[in-house]
Design a binder for this molecule. Sequence first.
Ligand SMILES: Cc1cc2nc3c(=O)[nH]c(=O)nc-3n(C[C@H](O)[C@H](O)[C@H](O)COP(=O)(O)O)c2cc1C
Length: 479
Amino acid sequence: MASLTIRKLDEGVKTYLRLRSAMNRRSVEEEVRVILRELIEGREEPLTPFEPSAPTPSPQRTSALAEASVTLIIGGGIAAYKSLDLIRRLKERRIEVRCVLTKAAQQFVTPLAVSALSHERVYTDLFDPQSEFDAGHIRLARDCDLIIVAPATADLMAKMANGHADDLASAILLAANRKILLAPAMNPLMWGNAATRRNVAQLTRDGVTFIGPNSGEMAEAGEAGTGRMSEAIEIAAAAERLLRPPVPRPLVGKRVLITAGPTHEPIDPVRYIANRSSGKQGFAIAAAAQAAGAEVILVSGPVDLDDPAGVTVRHVESARHMLEQVEAALPVDIAIFAAAVADWRVANAGEQKLKKTSAGMPPLQLVENPDILTTISKMKDKRPPLVIGFAAETEHLIDNAKAKLKRKGCDWIVANDVSPATGVMGGDRNTVHLLSKNSGKDGDIAVDSWPVMTKEQVATELIAHVARSLADKPLEPAT
Ligand SMILES: Cc1cc2nc3c(=O)[nH]c(=O)nc-3n(C[C@H](O)[C@H](O)[C@H](O)COP(=O)(O)O)c2cc1C
């Protein structure tokens, strides 16, 4: 029996699996087993709005690298030449392509060219004894993840809308229980014709997906309008959207504020007090919240990391500057304070670079910085409904974190041991304990200890935990 290495899966699939498994409180491996079991038992959603008679398992791939497979039906229009590029675009995305050419399509592109590009035999005939010995048209309809028709001619759409099956292409489309993507291409008058409009409306009702047509100049001299087939790259992207599983987005509509990194407290214009925080954990949380659909504002101290995509980042230096930006970001639904904010700053920071003098070392006086977590947790009006702090400790981890949770007035604390031996500060892995105020007797504190994980996994798990808690007890909207 073959084994599956999760590490080698596509990034998008891994993100999906991580979020889904974290939401369901299962290991990723267990989640994969559940998905497969559901698929085989037929409990997963059917892959198509066309009611399938029985769910069929995913097709056998002929290439070990292929991640999906498509049956591409090429209709008889001038745009058929663009389908040669489409084959290449799909294969670039590791999508296996088997092509069917209508009789008319063969007037525009040859089966030989299509076969050379797809590296597969090409199918042209419904009554082909070679492929029909095992009902080949049914296999072409079912033994794939998606059917694309490009170009979808007016004629093919009319046949589909009316359930015809008098050639291989229309028979496949009628026998399909997979999603169907049509890329129409025709003269603007054909596209605008009442018959075509009726057929498009019917096919849309039947659950078929359309890409295009685009507007522009037509092959016919002097004609322009709507009817140009979408470009190959647009069709490939649309196919990808239909093929890839949607990532769960439980935080859509929520505004999340995250702090990350160290702060730098100036001694003079060139020197500062800092700490060893890399910002990796906070950045990973911002990316996970964004992937879960939240609007994310990340307030970051000085770090050597790229801004996460799709996140609004405010770069700051000192604790006071961080507090300003945090307050400016309110109101939010969820605030996660992962930054390692300096407790003290130099009261008498020099305006000019301090010089060595015979009088000896300059006396540095420290004063306490504002406590951002406490300030926000104890706000009257703008307190976010869920406030999560971090406790980086080097000893008595749980006891110190419990005390911090009580003292600071936040809802949860993520506690981690940052003693040098752990390699957490600046490293890629983290071992955390999630402490939350128990609603049970005495308001005691629940401690959930997680195994050692990458910082991305900790972030995904934390965001899934937030999503689960919102599902159990929806937040009052931020005002
Ligand atoms: C030069 C030429 C170009 C054509 N271009 C298109 C076209 O872009 N779109 C279309 O719907 N039909 C077009 N047709 C008409 C189709 O080829 C015709 O309707 C044919 O029966 C379609 O067969 P099929 O749908 O089985 O591929 C064209 C015909 C010719 C002769």
